[in-house]
Ligand binder design. Structure first.
Ligand SMILES: Nc1ncnc2c1ncn2[C@@H]1O[C@H](COP(=O)(O)OP(=O)(O)OP(=O)(O)O)[C@@H](O)[C@H]1O
Ligand SMILES: [Mg+2]
Length: 286
């Protein structure tokens, strides 16, 4: 006799091929534009809506791991081990304080990966293979979203993220040089699409660190919308001191201060991301 009562939460084993999560790479080779902040807080907002979310830290700096409360000392295994072939993603995943949000932490070892595997034939597909195996165990609840926090570079790590992703989400900071570098990024996406991942799309561009007191911010929003049209999300993330304070407490801003303007903006962004997902996925399903 089982102790299980009707209504008890129990993972329902899934049959057939493992369900694939939606994989979004958060990429921009420019530094400090809000990639990590977006990975942490979009991840938190998606988890809050009931999704099972994994943030993969693919940056040797490890800011997404720190920002989600995983200190450097406790990182024994990391995304380095996964890409170097010594561990599976499930073996390195750590829970966070946010229900349904997990993190695959990184360490500085990642910085040396390109030298180590740069000559291997499957070097660009290491992350893709790891994600394919992620939901293989039918007794574990499957992840529905994977967000990959990329380093500020178009190196082998970012190529792995793009080769593994269904779509790219590009944070652009509202500053004078916002568009500089975007064409290089789009060219790289095009190259990855033709050589490695034909299904890759641009999910959207999110404008970050918008400052309403600064005329330049408004001008940048106009320019980017004129250049990239509907690819730009309606939601603009404001510059907000609570957003920048939260990582030092190892918390997403949505946990640190749910009511601040930054949290509200990331919740709106999650709603838009889900709406676009429906538009992107439905035509394939139907
Ligand atoms: N909306 C915001 N309001 C205020 N500060 C912000 C906001 N978004 C990000 N920041 C701060 O700006 C800095 C850069 O943000 P973040 O680390 O997310 O960028 P990044 O693109 O991941 O940087 P890197 O290229 O180094 O990985 C951080 O100190 C972060 O706390
Ligand atoms: Mg970062």
């Amino acid at each position: 006799m089982s102790d299980q009562r009707p209504g008890d939460a129990m993972p329902i084993p899934h049959a057939g091929p493992p369900p694939r999560p939606r994989v979004l790479a958060i990429a921009n080779q420019k530094g400090g534009v809000g990639k990590t902040t977006t990975a942490i807080n979009l991840g938190t907002a998606l988890a809050a809506t009931g999704e099972e979310v994994l943030v993969i830290d693919l940056d040797p700096q490890g800011n997404a791991s720190t920002g989600l409360g995983i200190d450097h000392k406790s990182r024994e295994v990391s995304t380095y081990d996964v890409l170097a072939g010594g561990a599976t993603l499930r073996e390195i995943v750590r829970p966070t304080a946010v229900p349904r949000l997990a993190i695959a932490p990184s360490t500085l070892d990642l910085a040396g990966l390109e030298l180590e595997i740069g000559q291997e034939r499957d070097r660009s597909f290491r992350l893709r293979e790891a994600i394919t195996a992620l939901n293989a165990d039918p007794t574990e609840p499957p992840y529905t979203y994977v967000l990959v926090d990329c380093p500020p570079s178009l190196n082998l790590l970012t190529i792995n993220a793009m080769a593994a992703a269904d779509a790219i989400l590009v944070p652009l900071q509202c500053e004078f040089f916002a568009l500089e570098g975007l064409s290089q990024l789009l060219k790289t996406v095009e190259q990855v699409r033709s050589a490695l991942n034909p299904a890759l799309t641009i999910h959207g561009i999110v404008l970050t660190m918008y400052d309403a007191r600064n005329n330049l911010s408004g001008q940048v929003v106009e320019d980017v919308r004129a250049f990239m049209g509907e690819k730009v999300y309606d939601t603009v993330i404001p510059r907000n001191v609570r957003v920048s304070e939260a990582p030092s407490y190892g918390k997403p801003v949505l946990v640190y201060d749910l009511k601040c303007a930054g949290s509200e903006a990331y919740l709106r962004l999650a709603t838009e991301v889900i709406q676009r997902e429906k538009a992107l996925v439905r035509p394939l399903a139907g």
